[in-house]
Design a protein around this ligand. Structure first.
Ligand code: SAH
Ligand code: SF4
Length: 336
């Protein structure tokens, strides 16, 4: 897909063509310009030639699996992964899409497969949007009356180190002339880039914020996440408190459960101590083994959760979409 020439071509047309093109692409999820019957044959041909909308992708996993992965090939041949998670609920299937914001990631967290892969480049906002479009077309082709319910920026990369394109993509998804996707159903996860937390505090967009904390111990955090050498937990929480003050929104702290590393009773108490604040909540994430560590046992996770609850910290575990998602997202590598 390459829409860089779209404005140029449509500028020669009456203005309402732009509205029609946006609707066709981002609301009707066409796979070819030929489907836009209210465009002249000539215009459709020019669009087919100059603005290819085909998305080159390889689907990984069975079509009816609970979580599906796609490897999307970008114009320069780089590949990114995106995930669709389908959750059965009483009201029907809930579909969550996980987006990558960069090709790879420079932050090299010890537990993350994307971190092992290294950093290649930033995505531009349309490459981020393309991932949503891929799943929207996928659901449409399946012929079920299902839609995308949630979109999370939790795939490859650190969204706040590509802030401008990330926020442009989020606003594009929210824009009623394009995707018209509710901001409340958008979430972004950061490893704790303080400048990004400050910037998002100033945005009107009501997107949800998640912070990858993973431990309350400053030194351990530096071992697990090299970026922690730059931003202390104290600084991160200060920025979060300011965000809460400005937005009045809840903030989710993600906590990956690593066996014998950060899952003791003592760790839970240390976490509870810094998490007992209004609008803070903790999401315990089962670790998806990528080599270095082992996952905590279900019993250990339950105990850890209980300690947080006893200390009045709102906490979720495993069955939440967040946990399943992070587990799937944490496996993103960008190659098979
Ligand atoms: N870079 C951002 C967003 C992408 S990572 C961030 O770090 O927040 C999204 C989530 O997946 C993070 O909470 C990350 O800690 C988690 N994750 C990474 N590796 C994982 C793994 N192997 N198993 C489970 N979750 C993982
Ligand atoms: Fe990057 Fe997030 Fe993975 Fe850390 S966890 S390496 S910040 S994608």
């Amino acid at each position: 897909m390459n829409l860089s020439k779209l404005s140029e071509i449509l500028n020669e047309e009456p203005k309402f063509r732009f509205v029609q093109a946006n609707k066709a692409l981002f609301q009707d999820f066409i796979s070819s310009w030929d489907e836009v019957s209210n465009f002249s044959k000539n215009l459709r041909e020019r669009l087919n030639l100059n603005c290819p909308i085909e998305i080159k992708a390889e689907l990984i996993g069975a079509k009816n699996a609970k979580s599906l992965k796609a490897l999307i090939e970008l114009i320069d041949g780089e590949k990114i992964e995106t995930v669709l998670i389908r959750q059965k609920t009483k009201e029907g299937t809930r579909n969550t899409v996980c987006l990558s914001s960069q090709v790879g990631c420079a932050l090299a967290c010890a537990f993350c497969a994307t971190g092992d892969f290294g950093f290649r480049r930033n995505l531009d906002y349309l490459e981020i949007v393309e991932q949503v479009l891929f799943w929207a077309r996928f659901l449409k082709d399946e012929g079920r009356e299902e839609k995308i319910d949630n979109i999370v920026f939790m795939g490859m990369g650190e969204p706040f180190l590509n802030y401008d394109e990330f926020i442009k993509a989020a606003k594009f998804l929210n824009n009623e002339e394009t995707f018209n996707f509710a901001a409340r159903r958008l979430s972004v996860s950061t490893s704790g880039i303080v400048e990004g937390i400050k910037k998002i505090s100033g945005e009107k967009l009501q997107i949800n914020l998640a912070i990858s904390l993973h431990t309350a111990d400053e030194n351990l955090r530096k071992d697990l996440m090299p970026i922690a050498k730059k931003y202390s937990i104290r600084e991160i929480l200060k920025a979060v408190d300011n965000y809460i003050l400005k937005s009045g929104r809840r903030v989710m702290f993600e906590y990956l459960m690593l066996k014998n590393i950060n899952d003791s009773d003592k760790d839970a108490l240390a976490l509870a101590k810094i998490m007992r604040k209004p609008l803070y909540m903790v999401n315990l994430i089962p670790y998806n083994p990528t080599g270095r560590f082992q996952a905590s046992s279900p019993e250990r996770m339950e105990k850890f959760k209980k300690i947080l609850e006893e200390n009045q910290v709102p906490v979720t575990l495993r069955h939440s979409v967040g946990a399943e998602l992070s587990a799937a997202c944490g496996q993103l590598r960008g190659r098979k």
